[in-house]
Ligand binder design. Structure first.
Ligand code: PGA
Length: 260
């Protein structure tokens, strides 16, 4: 893991966008894994800006991490609606190259298997963008998810329902299940870019980076991935034990292994 702490979420997002822009310019058929939520919004704005400035997305393929079960794509709170509004409509990406799990798919198990096959057929994910839940989830892989889990239907924890209620008119309207790429699926991406912003994420970030790798904290699975970049703002980094965060550093594999 390599950790980069920036003064602000905006700066972290700008740097993340530069990284993605370089990848797309270098390899026009890049396969991106995408996330929803508040975290990637500034990144997506920067990607749109770069596309308007000339970066070509016409050969890029994307796969989103997850989608709520029971919401049609046209629902205002579906992740399809979110992605169209906040990213895809601003890129010259081919709509058929954008993949988001279908929250109405039936039978779901068969559909999830097919989603994985589509990722493989596209050559696998080059860069997977990830947020982190306040409970340490990545995608909708809630605490307890196996590190070798695959795309499947998952139940959302009460904490996640509470966290996401802000997007709905009432907590009761938040779906209780979702289709999510598994942790095993995520770990197959060639590179993962984990973004964490705000004090609310500080404890989950600390546990993910400095705690033991445990299914109690799904993001800690990333410790075993060979190429993970963690971009934080100062608030999200505030619980980390290391204080020298002025530039990007490798994260030790365990607290005991002092490589600095
Ligand atoms: P957020 O959610 O970006 O809205 O904070 C992140 C997540 O739950 O993965």
């Amino acid at each position: 893991m390599k950790l980069c702490v920036f003064d602000t979420a905006e700066e972290a997002s700008r740097q993340a966008a530069l990284l993605i822009d370089a990848a797309v310019r270098n390899q026009p058929a890049t396969v991106l894994g995408l996330a929803t939520g508040g975290t990637p919004l500034a990144l997506y704005r920067e990607m749109i800006r770069a596309c308007r400035a000339g970066t070509d997305y016409s050969r890029v393929t994307t796969f989103n991490l997850d989608e709520y079960c029971g919401l049609p794509a046209s629902h205002p709170q579906s992740y399809r609606t979110f992605m169209d509004a906040n990213l895809f409509s601003g890129l010259n990406i081919a709509p058929q190259n954008t993949h988001i799990p279908d929250g109405l798919a039936s039978p779901a198990a068969h559909y999830c298997h097919a989603y994985e096959a589509e990722i493989r057929a596209a050559g696998g994910i080059d860069i997977q963008i990830l947020g982190i839940g306040s409970n340490g989830h990545i995608g909708f892989n809630e605490p307890g998810s196996a590190f070798d889990s695959r795309t499947r239907v998952v139940s959302l924890t009460p904490q996640t329902v509470r966290d996401n209620a802000r997007f709905f008119h009432s907590p009761d309207a938040v779906p209780r299940s979702a289709i999510s790429m598994g942790i095993g699926t995520i770990l197959e991406a060639r590179q993962c870019l984990l973004l964490g912003f705000g004090e609310k994420k500080a404890q989950a970030v600390r546990a993910a980076l400095e705690g033991p790798a445990t299914t109690d904290l799904p993001a800690s699975a990333l410790q075993s991935h060979p190429d993970v970049l963690v971009f934080l703002d100062k608030a999200a980094a505030s619980a980390l034990s290391r204080r020298d965060q002025s530039s990007c550093h490798p994260v030790p594999k365990s607290r005991d292994e002092n490589i600095f």
